[in-house]
Design a protein around this ligand. Structure first.
Ligand SMILES: Cc1cc2nc3c(=O)[nH]c(=O)nc-3n(C[C@H](O)[C@H](O)[C@H](O)COP(=O)(O)OP(=O)(O)OC[C@H]3O[C@@H](n4cnc5c(N)ncnc54)[C@H](O)[C@@H]3O)c2cc1C
Length: 406
């Protein structure tokens, strides 16, 4: 197969409006909705599925993220889940025939204090015990790996060491979404763009789900998956469901090309900032999410200033670069900073949410797990800990320190 045909997998768009009835309706054509549709069709033979997307596919956070794939989390449940997803990404080009531009680069998390060194050492030990490859590096080793790094942190944030997650990677976000959409649609899944779900219908007061109302008409459905990204609380409310989620904007920006090349993904969790180089050679920079909850995708000058200040302490060469473009997405942050992949207590209604600032890396494993849950009624072991009822049972999966964006 040539590189050209690998890149342009066609999507089969439906000829007309949605059918009156589908087995499954998926609200949201982001990575998680599309990956679930793909896995329903390819793994479970369920292709009488409609994906309803309010805008165009991957127009939400899936097409806005900084594409970092990693499994260096701090709790065993998350490490296992994300490691599986990382490995699925490694095979995704082969599996789908789409060029998703997957690149294993390794990711370094710097520590500037003794407290952070302890955290990173614990991370390495937990990762090793649970199947992810993360190793401590000395300042000299880090300097050899990243010659541009200022080990004094601008005289303010000295680098005492760091953890190196060697399988950390990136992939082209919209191609991931298109790869899943293409194959799902070839298998019979109908994907509707520019179609908004306006209501979720239930049988009587509090009964099972009957379907959804959309701007293209009413659809009956046996099951409804809500995969609505930063709009999740608004869409879940249509079914009478309240979730432990708040939506916060997250920004990112790119600079002009850096010809010398930058070998790894570099982050500081203490400073909450990170940087990598895109395929086009631009430096891609992200940092903390806005503390104020909001549904606004406006870029903000204060975020740009804060991100630039922090990242230039670590990489002084960035001071000479120009900011070309900035954007924001709205992130569904759960109260324990872990995702929710779950049935909801409403018969036939499922959610995949809590993907916050970290859900791109989870698209293969998240869709795979949700498809199995919907098809069989049972959550596979990898996603079972992430059920919604953990909040009621007080079994939180608290791992804010692994988000890297707060
Ligand atoms: C700036 C930024 C950087 C990030 N960096 C990373 C990173 O490096 N690594 C990582 O792992 N994660 C990262 N993330 C997080 C990641 O992008 C998200 O967690 C992930 O894309 C979530 O995918 P999703 O399918 O759940 O949501 P989305 O991609 O947001 O898709 C939800 C879709 O639902 C649609 N929708 C909403 N309401 C309705 C409705 N009523 N009817 C129909 N459709 C509706 C929306 O239009 C949207 O397309 C980042 C996010 C941002 C914003």
């Amino acid at each position: 197969m040539s590189e050209y045909t690998r890149t342009l997998l066609p999507i089969r768009w439906p000829d007309g409006p949605p059918k009156r009835t589908y087995d499954v309706v998926i609200i949201g054509g982001g990575g998680h909705g599309l990956s679930t549709a793909y896995h329903l069709a390819t793994r479970h033979g369920i292709s009488n599925v409609a994906v309803i997307e309010a805008d165009y596919i991957a127009s939400g956070n899936t097409g806005r993220n900084t594409t970092i794939i990693r499994a260096n989390y701090g709790i065993p449940e998350s490490i296992r889940f994300y490691q599986h997803s990382l490995e699925r990404y490694q095979e995704l080009e082969e599996e789908t025939g789409a060029a998703i531009l997957h690149q294993a680069r390794g990711i370094v998390w710097l520590a500037h204090t003794e407290m952070a060194m302890r955290t990173e050492r614990a991370r390495c030990a937990m990762n090793e015990a649970t199947g992810a490859q993360t190793f401590m590096r000395t300042p000299a080793e880090l300097k050899a790996l990243i010659p541009q790094l200022d080990l004094t942190g601008g005289g303010r944030y000295p680098v005492l060491g760091g953890s190196h997650h060697v399988q950390g990677a990136t992939a082209r976000h919209d191609r991931v979404a298109w790869a899943y959409a293409s194959i799902a649609s070839q298998r019979g899944v109908d994907i509707f763009q520019h179609t908004v779900v306006t209501a979720i219908r239930r049988d009587g007061d509090g009964g099972r789900v009957l379907g959804v109302d959309t701007t293209a008409g009413r659809i009956d459905a046996g099951a409804v998956l809500i995969a609505a990204g930063g709009r999740i609380t608004q869409v879940a409310a249509m079914a009478g469901l309240r979730l432990p989620i708040r939506t916060h904007p997250l920004h990112a920006f790119v600079t002009n090309d850096y010809a010398q090349g930058f070998p790894v993904i570099l982050a500081s969790t203490e400073l909450a900032c990170y940087v990598s180089q895109t395929d086009r050679g631009q430096m891609l920079i992200g940092a903390e999410f806005d503390s104020q909850p909001s549904f606004s995708r406006q870029s903000s000058y204060s975020a740009l200033r804060s991100y630039s200040y922090k990242i230039t302490r670590l990489l002084p060469f960035l001071r000479d670069m120009r900011i070309l473009r900035t954007w924001a997405g709205i992130c569904d942050i759960s109260v324990d900073y872990s995702p929710i992949m779950s049935a909801t207590g409403i018969d036939g209604v499922y959610v995949t949410t809590g993907w916050g600032t970290w859900g791109f890396k989870a698209i293969p494993a998240g869709g795979e797990g949700m498809a199995e849950l919907i098809a069989t009624g049972r959550p596979p072991a990898l996603i079972a800990p992430f059920s919604l009822d953990r909040f009621r049972r007080d079994h939180l999966l608290a791992d804010a320190g692994s988000a890297g964006t707060r």
